[in-house]
Design a protein around this ligand. Structure first.
Ligand SMILES: [Zn+2]
Length: 68
C-alpha cells in the first residue's frame, strides 16, 4: 500500500499519524497497491468462425468462376 502527499507529492508506504512526514500535511492519497496486469484480451470465437466463413465463401466463389 503506497500513499502520496498531495501537497508536496511525497510518496511513502506508511504515513505516521495520517500526515505527511515531509511537510506535515494531512492531504494524502492512497495509491493503487500494485500495478494491475492488463486484462487479457478475450478472443471472440465467433470472429474466427466469421473469418472461416469468409474464406469458405472466397473458395466457393473461386470454384464457381473456374472456367470449365
Ligand atoms: Zn507532503
Amino acid at each position: 500500500m503506497t500513499y502520496q502527499c498531495l501537497t508536496c507529492s511525497y510518496k511513502g508506504v506508511f504515513f505516521k499519524g495520517g500526515v505527511c512526514p515531509a511537510c506535515g500535511s494531512a492531504n494524502i492519497k492512497q495509491l493503487a497497491s500494485s500495478t494491475k496486469p492488463p486484462a487479457p484480451k478475450v478472443r471472440k470465437p465467433y470472429m474466427l468462425l466469421f473469418a472461416c466463413a469468409l474464406w469458405l465463401y472466397l473458395l466457393v466463389e473461386i470454384v464457381r468462376k473456374w472456367p470449365g
